[in-house]
Design a protein around this ligand. Structure first.
Ligand SMILES: C[S@@+](CC[C@H](N)C(=O)[O-])C[C@H]1O[C@@H](n2cnc3c(N)ncnc32)[C@H](O)[C@@H]1O
Length: 320
């Protein structure tokens, strides 16, 4: 079967990513790795599929509710550490619909005036966060064109928000850091901060024993539905691909295996997918607490770890 893609649409973007990254070989099977979170939120349908995933039982309990409950518990101590005066500027990086930021905001607003700035690659998410946080009646919600930014551009965005000389408090919650190489992400975050500023990172902790499989929380219809949009974007149909997950090299990999040969065209190029070829569309690194401890030492002058009772989630308060 031959699919023709068209330059102006998102399938062009995904096709270009495939060409740019290429594939590796496992025997004669091609393994394409296009695990970049930028491709997961290209349309409002994809962004909403993520928000629906957050509401699913398995993913919601292990990735969302666990962090919300823990934030409620530790916010009193965290706010004592970060509040210097009676005003604070909160930058919510990868804000999603803002539901996580609600917890620190509800706590801090009893003590200080809050300026809230959501940052996300998805305009759909930014709109949701702006709406949800505006309802909390914070002092100010920053609404400007840089709300829709890539993490890679954080350094430029934070410099605009610091214009009045006030220190920033950055939130990077939801285990989003796990979708990146940890050192790349920590380096960018650090570059976007000034001395004395704080960052609160929320990360799942890998405390599973060797015979447990942390990928099982990702093997669900809702994750398949969310990530399946990426391949739908280049013309794959449901019965042509099969969803799978595995834990390998400290990370959960979510991938699709090709069930039917398919050729995809874009401009003058084509890609042939054979039965058994694989496309990795998402990775989520699962580090142990000691891995995070050693990484933090490299980038921050201080870091304080808060670990929940189940030892499954850490909130790490870092100061530059
Ligand atoms: C795992 S969700 C976390 C959402 C929210 N912080 C939470 O904890 O529920 C990741 C968020 O980061 C955004 N995102 C993903 N890649 C991004 C990138 N490269 N730059 C900016 N935002 C990105 C997504 O649109 C999504 O809203």
């Amino acid at each position: 079967m031959v699919i023709d893609t068209d330059d102006s649409s998102i399938n062009g973007l995904i096709f270009k990513e495939l060409i740019k990254r290429g594939y590796s070989l496992d025997g004669d099977r091609k393994i394409w790795n296009i695990a970049d979170s930028k491709l997961w939120y290209l349309t409002s349908e994809q962004a909403q599929a993520y928000l629906d995933l957050e509401n699913s039982k398995k993913y919601g309990d292990s990735m969302i509710n666990v962090e919300i409950d823990f934030l409620k518990k530790v916010m009193p101590e965290i706010s004592d550490e970060v509040l210097e005066g009676d005003e604070i500027t909160l930058i919510d990086i990868g804000c999603g619909d803002g539901k996580k930021a609600v917890v620190p905001i509800n706590y801090i607003k009893q003590k200080a005036k809050i300026t809230y700035c959501p940052i996300d690659i998805s305009s759909y998410m930014v709109e949701k966060a702006i709406k949800n946080i505006s309802e909390l009646k914070v002092n100010k919600v920053v609404n400007f064109k840089w709300n829709i930014s890539d993490f890679e551009n954080m350094e430029n965005v934070t410099s605009l928000l610091r214009a009045d000389g006030k220190k920033l408090f950055l939130l990077f919650l939801g285990g989003t850091i796990g979708n990146f190489e940890v050192h790349d992400a920590l380096y960018s975050l650090r570059q976007s901060m000034e001395d004395g500023e704080s960052l609160l990172l929320g990360v799942p902790i890998n405390n599973t024993s060797e015979d447990e499989d942390p990928s099982k929380n990702y093997n669900s219809k809702s994750v398949d539905f969310f990530l399946g949009h990426v391949l739908k974007g280049i013309g794959f149909k449901k019965d042509e691909i099969k969803f799978g997950t595995r834990f390998k090299n400290f990370r959960v990999e979510c991938f699709y295996t090709i069930q039917k040969k398919k050729i995809i065209h874009f401009n003058d190029k084509e890609i042939v997918f054979n039965v058994g070829d694989e496309l990795i569309v998402a990775v989520s690194y699962k580090y142990s607490i000691s891995d995070y401890e050693s990484s933090m030492k490299l980038y921050f002058s201080e870091s304080k770890f808060f670990l929940n009772d189940e030892k499954s989630w850490a909130l790490i308060l870092c100061k530059k």
